[in-house]
Every structure is written in C-alpha cells, then in structure tokens.
Design a protein around this ligand. Structure first.
Ligand SMILES: [Fe+2]
Length: 219
C-alpha cells in the first residue's frame, strides 16, 4: 500500500504463487510498480489498487509518500481495503482543527458504524485465531493488535458522547495510523507467511463472504 498523488494504493498478490515468491522483497519502491494491472519481471501479478481501480475516496492535499508499497494476498484484500479507508480517515483526524472537528467526528463515527466495528470483529474472531493456532495467543504482534483495538474502541466511545475534542481527534488519528501500519507492514505479512496455503484460502473465503454481507458493499 502506498500514498501517491493524493491516493492510497495497494498491490495484491495471489497464493500459492505468492508463497513461491517469499524470497523476494515484500515491499518495493513505488517507482518499480507498474501503473496498471501487469506482470512484474518475476511473473507476479500486480494490480493498481485493491480491485484494479482508484479508490472512491482520496486525500487531495496529500502528496508525500509515507507508506511503502506492500504486496498483499488476495485472501486478506477485504481487510486491506478497509485499512485504505481507515488511513485516509486517520490523516483527516490528525489534521482536524476547531473548524472541522464536528464534521470529522461525524465522519469517524459513520466509518466506525458502517465498516470499522465489523472490521475489528473479523480480525478478532477470524484472522487472529487462525494465526494464533501457529504462534500462540501471547504473540507480541497479536497482543499489540488486541490492545490497540481496545484503545481505539475506547476513543470511539468517547466520541459517541457527543463532546467535541480536537486534541482527542488528533490523537485518535495518530493511533489509527500506527495501528493500520503495523497490521499492514508486520502482522499481515507474518500471517501470509505462517498459514498453510489451504488455511489462508479458507480464511480468505470466510473473510470475503463476511465482507460481501456488508452494506454498502466492500468493492
Ligand atoms: Fe485492521
């Protein structure tokens, strides 16, 4: 995933072909990535965005690339797509001032109710248990994710009270950004490397089925 020209982009890869490429760097500089769906020199398929098109929402003012391009398996694409939206929201939260605090609060609660809460549930009930079957529940990355979920849930609950607090919004933005980066840069890569191909495929099927039930559709 990366940020360029005001948009966030992901590169997805499929398994088990992707597994054969684990010796290759998981992240590549954006300049080396084709601008549209194509095959790299290694034969791996790259796609612009999660589903081959620009995301619906963009951050027009953002120009600096702050997130490395990450190859992501199709199995976890449902969750990565929501990370994409969460990172956009995180930036808006970090930049919130008195002038837009009310609208950002509303947008944050809307995201939480329509996407975020269910996203957390899928990670806690499906993703992490599948991973801990291999690494144990005490794994540092698993523990970190769960602690941050609790912290973000508390911060969202504070927003639900209706009190507008710019400092709290800014802090939530930083927390959300760091949380998503950790999942994308560290946790998801470990999961893709650790789960057996059939386990990852089954997880992907379940996640996609769950994602398809969401309204609006996660496409
Ligand atoms: Fe997540």
């Amino acid at each position: 995933m990366t940020v360029v020209d005001g948009s966030l982009h992901y590169c997805t890869r499929s398994t088990p072909g992707a597994r054969r490429g684990l010796s290759s760097p998981r992240s590549r500089p954006l300049a080396s990535r084709p601008s549209t769906t194509a095959r790299s020199s290694s034969g791996r398929r790259w796609m612009k965005g999660l589903v081959g098109r620009r995301p619906k929402r963009t951050i027009g003012e953002l120009t600096a690339s702050t997130i490395e391009a990450v190859q992501r398996s199709n199995e976890l694409a449902v969750l990565s797509r929501e990370h994409h939206i969460a990172l956009e929201l995180a930036l808006r939260l970090q930049r919130t001032t008195d002038a837009d605090a009310k609208s950002i609060t509303r947008a944050t609660l809307d995201f939480w109710r329509t996407e975020g809460r269910e996203h957390f549930r899928l990670e806690e009930e499906l993703l992490l248990p599948a991973f801990t079957r291999h690494v144990g529940a005490g794994d540092a990355d698993v523990v970190r994710v769960l602690i941050e979920h609790v912290d973000i849930r508390r911060r969202i609950a504070d927003l639900e009270t209706g009190r507008i607090d710019v400092a709290a919004l800014n802090a939530l933005g930083e927390t959300l950004r760091d949380h998503v980066r950790h999942e994308e840069r560290t946790l998801f890569g470990r999961i893709e490397e650790t789960l057996k191909p059939e386990e990852l495929a089954a997880l992907g099927t379940t996640l996609h089925a769950a994602g398809a039930k969401q309204q609006p559709p996660r496409a």
